[in-house]
Design a protein. Sequence first.
Length: 235
Amino acid sequence: MISLFITYSLNTRLETFVAPADQWSRWLPRIQGLSKVLLHQPCRVEDPFFSNQPEGGCEYVLQFFFNDLSSLEAASLPHGELAAVIDSLGAVLAPKAKSQQAMVARSFPVEGQAGNSVQGAPATACTYLVAYYGAGQAHDLWLSEYMKSHVPLMARMPGIREVQVYTQVDWLSELAVPRANAIQRNKVVFDSPDGLLAALQSPLRAEMRADYLALPQIGLSSTHNPMRTDLVFSG
């Protein structure tokens, strides 16, 4: 599975949540190989390990899931339905910047969720969306250790519905959107902001923080964004 992240960076969050444009119901089914679309919008959930940091700009994220890389590349034309969806949300948000990045999506089973954890996520949920940036030195070692020790802890968070980790891939795109260069992204999904807050305040969260600090230090920066997540299309 390939995930395309379209990130809209704003100086401040909007006062109300944005609804998908009416035209999306016509455009999205026409995109071959598209299986799902999520709209992530900022919500307020305090993380005890980051609550003292000043609040920066806000990110809104459209996340497209394609069955394969070829389908994504075929859809990434400058005047196609995918471009129309991206432009229509940009017109509403009027962002200071936006970016695109295609990544390989890796799903992991979570406690209490039988079968594919993706099916356990509700249509409107609360997601903690994380991205890591850096020069990529020793990234393979860092990623290997992250998968080995950190992801199993993520999957044990109380109330967890879904865990996904995204890694870099080269892709062709004619979309008129600058490219992002996160070396990794991940998300954990809960039923509600209260569910995410309870997980972040649990003893396991402190264990996760200690595990993260024990990973190889390769000079990464990161963003941690609590989001309201709406399922806007399922093929």
